[in-house]
Design a protein around this ligand. Structure first.
Ligand SMILES: Cc1ncc(C[n+]2csc(CCOP(=O)(O)OP(=O)(O)O)c2C)c(N)n1
Ligand code: SF4
Length: 276
């Protein structure tokens, strides 16, 4: 059975934008999870045991995914897709929540939500479309833009060193950290599937080119190689390998770290009681 995850809304992304590929990877992952009876979809007859899926989005090019994915959810505010997802989990811990963010939303305006959601370890998935620029507002620098990046708004160039979100996630106590390449749809969908299956807060950073702004960091594909790691010491080394500034260093993609810790739902008796 193939769930209908598409909507009739015409996409407004630039032709060829890797957001199309992320959308495809998400649909593929959700289709598989629905067919494996991990989650359910309104178009398919299911038993009540399976989790209902819900999405939250931010504001930005990335968040337009809300309009093209036939799944219930909340189209949130810039930088607030993560607390919206946490709120949903507190209201109904039985929902499978996926939160879509841009790097601007997650690592700038919403940075505190990102850190604390990873600490709280609610059973949900944070996806960041990291094109290393505020795209929808025409190209201002985000925390992952490279040093020297020169948007219209910064004629002297970006002075700050980029933030390494993988290192931040490790420092925040994340239990699942992965990085993907938007252009590798098959690999991204496999990782997304594993992220949803993970019990706890999973973080998937998807490196995504923006074809219009920040063209300098496009096409780093040749530096990428696939890994699958669960060891913390190795994870620290993998996180350090790419500092978001260097265009020649190797970039590990795949699962960088995974471990098991009690989830937010398991920690709170009020939520535990509601868990089916
Ligand atoms: C609270 C708030 N601050 C700022 C904005 C303006 N704004 C809308 S989209 C956007 C940029 C989004 O960039 P990013 O999160 O990186 O997503 P992208 O467009 O690159 O996918 C900004 C700053 C807003 N809508 N709301
Ligand atoms: S501006 Fe960049 S991120 Fe936004 S739709 Fe166009 S190519 Fe995609």
């Amino acid at each position: 059975m193939k769930p209908n995850l598409s909507t009739p809304n015409p996409p407004t992304w630039c032709p060829g934008c890797p957001n199309f590929m992320i959308l495809e990877a998400v649909k593929k992952a959700l289709s598989n999870l629905i067919n494996q009876k991990i989650i359910k979809h309104k178009n398919i007859v299911i038993t009540t045991k399976h989790k209902n899926i819900v999405i939250t989005t931010d504001i930005g090019c990335n968040s337009k995914i809300f309009d093209y994915l036939n799944v219930s959810g909340i189209y949130g505010l810039h930088g607030r897709a993560i607390p919206t997802a946490l709120g949903i989990k507190l209201g109904n811990p039985n929902l499978q929540v996926l939160s879509f963010n841009g790097d601007g939303g997650a690592y700038a305006e919403g940075i505190s939500h990102f850190i604390h959601a990873l600490r709280y370890n609610a059973d949900m998935t944070i996806i960041v479309h990291d094109n290393r620029v505020f795209s929808l507002t025409t190209g201002q620098a985000t925390p992952t833009s490279e040093q020297g990046y020169k948007p219209k708004s910064e004629p002297l160039g970006e002075k700050n060193e980029p933030l390494n979100p993988i290192k931040l996630a490790l420092a925040s106590g994340a239990t699942f950290i992965a990085r993907c390449n938007a252009k590798d749809i098959k690999h991204t969908s496999e990782i997304l599937e594993k992220a949803v299956r993970h019990q706890g807060c999973s973080f998937v950073e998807i490196l995504q080119d923006c074809l219009i702004f920040n063209k300098e960091v496009n096409n780093l594909d040749k530096n990428m190689y696939k890994i699958y790691n669960k060891d913390i010491n190795q994870a620290v080394k993998l996180a350090d390998q790419f500092n978001y500034n260097n265009t020649t260093s190797k970039i590990p993609i795949g699962i960088i770290y995974q471990t098991k810790k009690p989830t937010l739902e398991e920690n709170w008796p009020q939520l535990r009681k509601k868990l089916k």
